[in-house]
Design a binder for this molecule. Structure first.
Ligand SMILES: [Ca+2]
Ligand SMILES: [Ca+2]
Ligand SMILES: [Ca+2]
Ligand SMILES: [Ca+2]
Length: 356
């Protein structure tokens, strides 16, 4: 698996917008701090001569209680229900179908929500009221992808975008009234915002460079801003923040190489993100929303996810496991006290997702 190690970040990016297929993955380090609260879901990729196996697990953030909850989970971000009881994820079926599954956090009650569909359902995102799941699928079968919504029991599927270009990466506003997504309907990638029923699809970024191509848009906790990634100024991915109506644009990062995968602190003041040049040796930084206070938090690390209590950040640590594998780590929000949560030498562990 070493041959593909450096492609981990690239894979994460492709997957981040619900497009493609990862192969291998990401990075690692020390042990650390005192008590950490919360639970994490993650995907494990176990490699063998017969191919890779993908499983979904849940673990407490202190490393205890690790439990496999699903046997076939494609390496994409798992989505917790807002009540923390269930997890939506992409199930990969032997006939190469991708379908949205839901499982209870204890591993019971797994259900396939997509059994009647095209077999291309990806990127599940739970509405804040827990009633609906937005996702990406190829509703018309021509391979361009659309943003769709269904009830949390799989009924009532509805396609919200209809065109012959890419639409994906749906993200609900915190109040549940809007969905941000990415589309290249005007010839280059833009971030759009629409009402949750699909009406009033509005281009938020409006720039000839690619916006939103390398990372899904991320709403601030108060719903007043959206972080996105654009190549508009330096020609490589940088992080920006904009209001959902397209006003108030702020440019946050100015570094050669990739900057993306933004994750807001729960107080809305800081954004953690991954940085890497040529997808090698990625690092995690955090910066204030006004662009000040840039700080490197971790090396050989990516996929930062700020914890709901704001005190810690989960991430993927690359290549420091017993077998050069990746593990899920948690660190304090200032970068201190890094701790290996998964300690799972049998697999690359990726896509940490905090329970609410
Ligand atoms: Ca489309
Ligand atoms: Ca654009
Ligand atoms: Ca950059
Ligand atoms: Ca591992």
């Amino acid at each position: 698996m070493s041959t593909t190690r450096n492609h981990g970040l690239a894979c994460a990016l492709a997957v981040a917008i619900g497009l493609v297929t990862p192969s291998a993955v990401a990075y690692g380090l020390d042990t650390g701090p005192a008590k950490v609260a919360g639970r994490l879901a993650f995907v494990s990729i176990a490699h063998s001569p017969h191919g890779s196996r993908f499983t979904l697990s849940v673990v407490k953030a202190d490393g205890s209680g690790r439990r496999r909850v699903a046997r076939f989970a494609w390496p994409e971000a798992p989505a917790w229900s807002p009540d923390g009881r269930r997890i939506a994820f992409v199930g990969r079926h032997p006939n190469a179908r991708f379908e949205i599954h839901v499982v209870n956090a204890d591993g019971s009650g797994e259900r396939n929500l997509s059994r009647d569909a095209s077999g291309s359902d990806r990127a599940p995102a739970w509405s804040p009221d827990g009633k609906k799941i937005a996702f990406v699928n190829d509703a018309d079968g021509i391979g361009d992808f659309e943003v769709s919504v269904m009830n949390a029991d799989g009924s009532g599927r509805r396609t919200l975008t209809r065109n012959q270009v890419y639409d994906g990466a749906p993200a609900w506003s915190p109040d549940g009234r809007k969905i941000a997504f990415v589309s290249d309907r005007d010839g280059n990638f833009e971030v759009y915002v629409m009402n949750a029923d699909g009406s009033r699809q509005q281009n938020v970024t409006r720039h000839p460079a690619d916006d939103g191509r390398h990372s899904a848009p991320a709403w601030s906790p108060d719903g007043r801003k959206i972080a996105f990634v654009s190549e508009r100024d330096l020609g490589d991915p940088e992080i920006y923040v904009v209001s959902p109506d397209g006003s108030g644009l702020d440019w946050l990062t100015r570094n050669p190489g990739f900057d993306g995968l933004p994750s807001w602190s729960p107080d809305g003041r800081r954004i953690a993100f991954a940085h890497g040049v040529d997808h090698r040796n990625p690092k995690i930084f955090a910066v204030n929303v006004d662009g000040s206070g840039l700080r490197r938090l971790a090396r050989r690390a990516w996929s930062p996810r700020w914890s709901p209590d704001g005190r810690t950040i989960a991430f993927v640590n690359e290549g420091h496991g017993a077998n050069g594998d990746t593990d899920i780590y948690v660190m304090n929000a200032d970068g201190s006290g890094k701790r290996n949560v998964t300690r799972n030498p049998a697999a690359d562990d990726v896509w940490p997702a905090w329970a609410p």
